[in-house]
Design a protein around this ligand. Structure first.
Ligand code: FAD
Length: 317
C-alpha cells in the first residue's frame, strides 16, 4: 500500500524504521529476528520499514534480499534507490523486482559516489545515467506511472553540496514537482531549527508529508562522526550533557534514548509532522526504549481515523 495512504488513514503518530542489509548470512538472520521483535507487541508495529541501497548498486542483491524477507514478515517496505553512477538498466531491474515483490514505496536518492573517487559535484552524467534525485523521480514516474509512492530526502540543515538553504529548498521543491509524494529528512538534533525549516517548506509550496529522521545517539564517537558528515547543528545543551559521560557508552546510550524520546514527543505534538523515521543503525535497544518511553501501544497505533488528516500546510496556518 502507498505510504501516503497509510499516513492518511492514521489518527495517531506513527514510526518507521530504517535498516541496512548486513554483509553476512549470520548478520541477516540476526537482523530479521531483531526486526520481528521490533514489530511485535507490546511494541507498536511500524508503519513501514525502509531498507537502504548502497550507492552505485553496491548492495543491490542484499538490499533486495532483505526487502523480500521483510515483506514476508507482513511489513510494508520502503525501498531506497540511489541513482548516481547507476545505469538505467540497474534501476529498471530494481524497480521490476520491487513490483514483483509487491513493494509500492521507494525513496529516490542521488546517493554519493564511492569514497575513492574525487567528488567535485561531478557524478557521472551521460544520457544513460542520472545526475540528481529529481531525474530519478521523473524517470520512475515516466516508467511506472502512479504504481510507486515516491519519497525523497530533505535536509533541515542544508546538504553539504548545496549553496545554502534557499538553493537546497529550491531543489527540494523541484523533486516534489517532479512527482515525489513524501519527504524523509536527514537526521538532526536542533528541533527548533527543524520546525522553522518545515514552516519554510510549507511557505514555499512543499505540501507533501515530511517525516523527520531521528537517530538516537548510540555512542559519542559515532555521534561526532555523523554530525561532521551531515554538518547538522547540535544545541549546546546536548554537548554539555554529553561532555561528562562521553567515555561511558552505556550512559551515552541512555542519554541518547532519553533525548530522542523528548524530540519525538515535541515533534509529533507540534502538529508539523505525522510521525517519525528511526534511523536504527540496525540496533534494537534504543528504539525499543524510546517506544516504551513514549507509551505508543499497538492498539493506539492500529486505530484508523474516520476522516482524513488536514493537509500539512493547513496545520501551521
Ligand atoms: P539530491 O536531491 O540530488 O541533492 C544533492 C545536492 O544537489 C543538494 O545539495 C541539492 O540541493 C542539489 N541538487 C538537487 N537537485 C539538483 C539539480 N537538479 N541540479 C543541481 N543541484 C541539485 N545514500 C545512499 O547511498 N543509500 C541510501 O540508502 C541512502 N538513504 C538515505 C535516506 C535518507 C532519509 C537521507 C536523508 C539520505 C540518504 N542517503 C542514502 C544519503 C544521500 O544519498 C546523500 O545525502 C546524497 O549526497 C544526496 O542525495 P539526495 O537524494 O538528497 O540528492
Amino acid at each position: 500500500m502507498h505510504l501516503t495512504d497509510l499516513i492518511a488513514r492514521r489518527n495517531t503518530p506513527f514510526h518507521t524504521y530504517e535498516f541496512f542489509p548486513p554483509r553476512t548470512e549470520a548478520g541477516f538472520v540476526n537482523l530479521l529476528d531483531r526486526i520481528r521483535r521490533l514489530a511485535t507487541a507490546p511494541l507498536p508495529p511500524p508503519l513501514a520499514v525502509s531498507i537502504t541501497w548502497g550507492a552505485g548498486g553496491s548492495t543491490a542483491e542484499r538490499t533486495m534480499e532483505l526487502a523480500e524477507q521483510v515483506t514476508r514478515l507482513g511489513l510494508e517496505v520502503i525501498l531506497h534507490l540511489t541513482c548516481t553512477n547507476m545505469e538505467k538498466e540497474k534501476v529498471d531491474k530494481a524497480l521490476e523486482k520491487a513490483r514483483a515483490l509487491g513493494i509500492q514505496n521507494v525513496l529516490a536518492l542521488r546517493g554519493d559516489p564511492p569514497r575513492s573517487e574525487e567528488y567535485a559535484i561531478s557524478p557521472i552524467s551521460t544520457p544513460d545515467y542520472f545526475t540528481h534525485a529529481d531525474d530519478l523521480v521523473r524517470y520512475i514516474r515516466e516508467q511506472h506511472g502512479d504504481y510507486f509512492c515516491i519519497g525523497v530526502a530533505g535536509y533541515p540543515t542544508p546538504h553539504p553540496d548545496s549553496e545554502g538553504p534557499e538553493d537546497d529548498l529550491h531543489w527540494l521543491k523541484i523533486k516534489c514537482d517532479a512527482g515525489a509524494d513524501y519527504i524523509i529528512t536527514q537526521l538532526f538534533y536542533d528541533v527548533e531549527g527543524f520546525e522553522g525549516w518545515v514552516k519554510t517548506c510549507r511557505k514555499n509550496g512543499i505540501d507533501v508529508p515530511i517525516i523527520p529522521g531521528v537517530m538516537p545517539i548510540q555512542n559519542f564517537a559515532s555521534f561526532r562522526r555523523l554530525v561532521n558528515l551531515t554538518q547538522c547543528s547540535v544545541p549546546d545543551s546536548i554537548m554539555t550533557a554529553l561532555e561528562p559521560i562521553k567515555s561511558d557508552d552505556a550512559a551515552v546510550k541512555r542519554y541518547g534514548a532519553q533525548l530522542a524520546t523528548g524530540m519525538v514527543q515535541r515533534l509529533v505534538s507540534s502538529g508539523l509532522v505525522p510521525g517519525v523515521h528511526f534511523c536504527t543503525l540496525n540496533l534494537e535497544k534504543s528504539v525499543r526504549t524510546i517506544l516504551e518511553n513514549l507509551g505508543w501501544t499497538p492498539e493506539s497505533s492500529n486505530r484508523v481515523q474516520s476522516s482524513p488528516l488536514p493537509r500539512h500546510n493547513q496545520l501551521i496556518e
